[in-house]
Design a protein around this ligand. Structure first.
Ligand code: GRF
Length: 191
C-alpha cells in the first residue's frame, strides 16, 4: 500500500476529492497525513475522516517550513500532493523528493502559471485574455513555480457570459476529477 501526504492551505475541496476516492473505490494508497501551513477548513475535513493532521505555521517558520516538513515526513512517504498549498518549498526539499511531489493548478499550464498566479487572479487573467478555454493541470513539482512536467490536464470551455467566479467553479469541478486520477497514474509508475 502506497502512502501519500496531502499539503493544503485552504478549504481543502481537492483533499476531499481524494478522501472520497479512497473511501469509495479500491485504490492502492492511503492518506498518511494532511499537513497545512495555517489553520484552515481542510484540516477539519481531514480530522472528520480520522486522518492524522499537522500544522506548520508559515508565519512562524518562514523559510524553515520545508526543513520542518521534511523532518516530520522522514522516509516512508511515496508521494506528496500539493492541493492548494501556498507556501513555496525549497530547492533542497524538491530535489530530494523529485518525481514524488505533484501539484494541482487551476489553469492549462504553461498558460497562467508562475509567481503571483494563484486563486482568483488566474481566472481573472483568463477572462481578461478572452481565452476560449481554460482548465486545470496536475504536474510534477520542480524548483520553478508551476514549471514542472505536466502529468494530465482537464479542459473547460470559457463562455461569453462566464465571470471569474463561474469559471473558478467550473474549473474546480474538473480539478476534483483530475487529481485522484493523476495520483493513481503517478503511483502506477512507481510500482
Ligand atoms: C485549487 O484551485 C487548486 O488548484 C489551487 O488552489 C485551490 C485549492 O482549493 N492550487 P481547495 O483548497 O482544494 O478547495
Amino acid at each position: 500500500m502506497f502512502k501519500i501526504v496531502v499539503l493544503i492551505s485552504g478549504g481543502g475541496s481537492n483533499l476531499q476529492s481524494i478522501i472520497d476516492t479512497v473511501s469509495t473505490s479500491k485504490v492502492g494508497y492511503e492518506i498518511s497525513c494532511v499537513i497545512a501551513d495555517r489553520e484552515c477548513y481542510g484540516i477539519e475535513r481531514a480530522q472528520n475522516n480520522h486522518i492524522e493532521t499537522k500544522i506548520f505555521d508559515r508565519k512562524i517558520l518562514k523559510k524553515d517550513i520545508s526543513k520542518k516538513i521534511d523532518e516530520y515526513l522522514g522516509d516512508g512517504i511515496d508521494l506528496i500532493v500539493l492541493a492548494g498549498f501556498l507556501s513555496i518549498l525549497d530547492e533542497e526539499f524538491i530535489n530530494n523528493r523529485r518525481g514524488r511531489i505533484i501539484n494541482i493548478h487551476p489553469s492549462l499550464l504553461p498558460k497562467f502559471g508562475g509567481p503571483g498566479m494563484f486563486g482568483m487572479r488566474i481566472h481573472r487573467a483568463v477572462i481578461e485574455a478572452k481565452e476560449y478555454e481554460s482548465g486545470c493541470t496536475v504536474h510534477y513539482v520542480d524548483a520553478g513555480v508551476d514549471t514542472g512536467e505536466v502529468i494530465e490536464q482537464n479542459r473547460v470551455k470559457v463562455e461569453a457570459e462566464d465571470t471569474e467566479e463561474t469559471l473558478q467553479k467550473k474549473v474546480l469541478v474538473e480539478e476534483h476529477k483530475l487529481l485522484p486520477k493523476a495520483i493513481e497514474q503517478v503511483l502506477d509508475k512507481l510500482k
